[in-house]
Ligand binder design. Sequence first.
Ligand code: SPV
Ligand code: MG
Length: 551
Amino acid sequence: MSENVLTFPKGSVGVVQKTSRFRDMLTSPETSFIMEAHNGLSAKIVEETGFEGVWASGLSVSTALGVRDSNEASWTQVLEVLEFMADATTVPILVDADTGYGNFNNFRRLVHKLIQRDIAAVCIEDKLFPKTNSFLGENQPLADIDEFCGKIKAGKDAQTDDDFSVVARVEALIAGWGLNEALRRAEAYHQAGADAILIHSKESVADEILAFTKEWANRSPVVIVPTKYYATPTQHFRDAGVNLIIWANHNLRAAITAMRETSRQIFENQNLIWAEENVARLGDVFVIAGNDELADAEDRYLAKRAETNAVVLAASRGRQLEDLTEDRPKCMVDVRGKPLLHRLVGSFNDAGVRELTVVTGYKADTVEFPGIKTVKNTEYETSGEVASLACASHSLKGESLVSYGDIMFRSHVLNQLLDCNADIAVVVDANWQEERSVTTKRTVDLVQCSHPYSADYFDEALAELTRIDSSLPESEVNGEWIGLAKFSEKGSALLQAQIDQMREDGSLGTASMTDLFNRLIDDGAKPQVVYITGHWLDVNDAFDLARARNF
Ligand code: SPV
Ligand code: MG
């Protein structure tokens, strides 16, 4: 078997295999202890408590699955649970496999699968399939000794890891057949190759167990389950040379008590006050789940995209919308049940852009949305777009987006822009004429580019923005800027520097975004054009609004 390299999520690599560690526990003269678990979580808790190993109890796994300890869960369903338990822990697991889920053939296949799942050892009991829990009823029938010995031999022959252990559980005392039968069976199983004998008893005192260990005299390692004779001091078992003690079902029973009380409290109180004070904290849940490891792994393996800031210019009223902007700016006008701004923020968030600063002005108090920052341009009535942008200049760091607050676009538009690596990039609609022909007369940010839009698949020429001006002669126009631009870290620095210069030369107050782009171009910047053909709109008047409502 391979080393335990998949100790997910702990990440520690056990140098000694789990099978070897369990075999050492069995053969050591010291008494070892393992504790019941029934799923990944309880197995982790057993390990974190300090136990050297886990008992995957048949009773507990069945009960946790909501079925009886009567082989109602199929063996592959149990195997699924065991896989979670083994993945969640680094200590060895001894599996309670009842009677081996069938005859020798079923058992040897089970051994094969358990080793594949990183299980250290298996215990089978000499009863009949389907089994009955040892504490139920009287005179349970026992397996034929030869048949059971054949099963043990088949399991031992099937193991592909020399240190995997098969524990043979003797049920003669449970069935009331007496000490001699127990010893006879134990000897036969030992001869058949069992690595240890689990001698089980349902007496409330340990007399018959101690009588067995005395007669057995450590012919092979001995395992006990003191569920019923729990009052016997553990030292007595140590003195008797017991190698391994199983605390068999107490995590399951603890869970039942805790879950019942918590459910009852919440049911009766109809609130969580008691529960919050008495149950594990949520932070604890994330610690047990190993979320820290995932966060570290994300740092190591996830492709990182620098956090992109977005500044949304939404200070203006939108006078052409008349009554609709009486009590709110146009970015808060309803478009099919949601303000325009909420749609815009949603589009940014969907593309992974979460750092949003909205520059408000008119009816600033009405502009709100969870997660956005707002900054107010108090001069909104007399100033222009660049003055608004300057109010958010602290957000123009690293990669940043600048957007008008009255636009809507399909997600691919923003994704195309985000994928562009240029220092400055602008989204240009090559279908501008088609779009404009239906709108009322108004100012349009027309652009001239180094290359016109091409629908040719093989045309890979990149277009640069050469001019942006609402009064460009139509023959020189290649499209319309939609009001969305991206700046790399370097581009943001150029933008900041330009804003500072405009502040100094007194042009900041009334400048438009087109003025700003032209100044950047004049200073040598070469904004890249990301062409689109429609799939966006802006909202200036009632007609646009009607279109938006159908978008
Ligand atoms: C189990 O835990 O499922 C056992 C031990 O087999 S006992 O329930 O004591 O039989
Ligand atoms: Mg059992």
